[in-house]
Design a protein. Structure first.
Length: 237
C-alpha cells in the first residue's frame, strides 16, 4: 500500500486529497469524506484501510475553499471551528468537488466507485449518492439530512429519488444530534423511492466509528465495518 497527498483540479480550484493505493491493480475505488475535523489522522487511517482491502481510496479536503490544509482534533474549541467551516459549504460546490474527484479516478482507469462519509461527511455522502457514477454509499451519522442542505434550500432528503446505487446508513439511537424520528424519516424516504438500501441502528452515541472520539464503540464500529466491506465488495464483482 502506498499513500501520498495529491491535488485534484476543479476548474480554478486545486483540492488537496489524501490518496492510498493498494499494491495490486484494481478497478474499484472508495471516496472517503471527512468529518468537520478535516482530513485528519482518523480519516487518513480509514483511507489506508480501504487500500489494504484492495481499493484505491481517496479523501478530498471538502473545506478547501475556506480552510486549505485544515486539520484539527476533537476539543470543544476545535469542534466549533470545524462547524464554522461546515456552515460555509454549499451543496453545489461539494458535489462539484466530488465530481472532480470522480473524474480523477476515472482518468486512472477506475470503473466502479463507492463513497463513505462520517459526521458531516455522512450528510455529504448522502448528497454524493445522487451522482450518476456512485454505485455504493455508506453514510455514517450524517446530521441534518431531513432538516437542511449545505448552503440552504430543500433538505437533502428531498434528493433521495436521485440516488441510483445502493445506500447503507449507520446511526446511533443515542445520538443527540440525530433524533430517532429523523432516522425514521430517512428510512421512510429510501423505502418510498425504492432505493436499494439498509439502515443500521446501534444503541450508541454520535461518532461511534472513530476510535479517537469519546463516543467510540468498538462493538458497533466492528459490526459497521463488516457491513461496509460487504457493501463495497460488490464493486469488485
Amino acid at each position: 500500500m502506498n499513500s501520498s497527498w495529491i491535488k485534484i483540479s476543479n476548474q480554478s480550484l486545486d483540492i488537496d486529497a489524501y490518496l492510498a493505493e493498494p499494491s495490486s491493480p484494481t478497478s474499484a475505488a472508495i471516496i472517503v469524506i471527512q468529518e468537520i475535523f478535516g482530513v485528519n489522522p482518523h480519516i487518513r487511517d480509514v483511507t489506508e484501510r480501504f487500500a489494504q482491502a484492495g481499493y484505491i481510496a481517496i479523501a478530498p479536503a471538502i473545506f478547501q475553499r475556506t480552510a486549505p490544509g485544515f486539520e484539527v482534533g476533537y476539543s470543544q474549541e476545535e469542534t466549533k471551528l470545524g462547524r464554522s467551516h461546515k456552515d460555509q459549504t454549499q451543496a453545489d460546490e461539494l458535489l462539484s468537488d466530488l465530481q472532480a474527484t470522480i473524474d480523477y479516478l476515472k482518468a486512472k482507469g477506475i470503473q466502479k466507485i463507492g463513497v463513505i462519509g462520517f459526521c458531516f461527511g455522512g450528510h455529504v455522502a448522502y448528497l454524493a449518492a445522487t451522482l450518476p457514477d456512485i454505485q455504493a454509499t455508506a453514510s455514517f451519522y450524517g446530521a441534518g439530512i431531513v432538516t437542511m442542505t449545505p448552503g440552504g434550500g430543500e433538505p437533502t432528503v428531498s434528493r433521495t429519488p436521485d440516488i441510483q446505487g445502493t445506500l447503507y446508513a449507520f446511526f446511533g439511537t443515542q445520538d443527540p444530534l440525530i433524533p430517532v424520528e429523523h432516522i425514521d424519516q430517512i428510512e421512510a424516504a429510501l423505502k418510498a423511492h425504492h432505493i436499494d438500501h439498509q439502515v443500521f441502528r446501534y444503541p450508541v452515541g454520535h461518532g461511534f466509528f472513530c476510535d479517537r472520539r469519546a463516543d467510540y464503540d468498538s462493538t458497533a464500529a466492528a459490526d459497521a465495518w463488516e457491513k461496509v466491506n460487504a457493501l463495497f465488495s460488490r464493486l469488485k464483482d
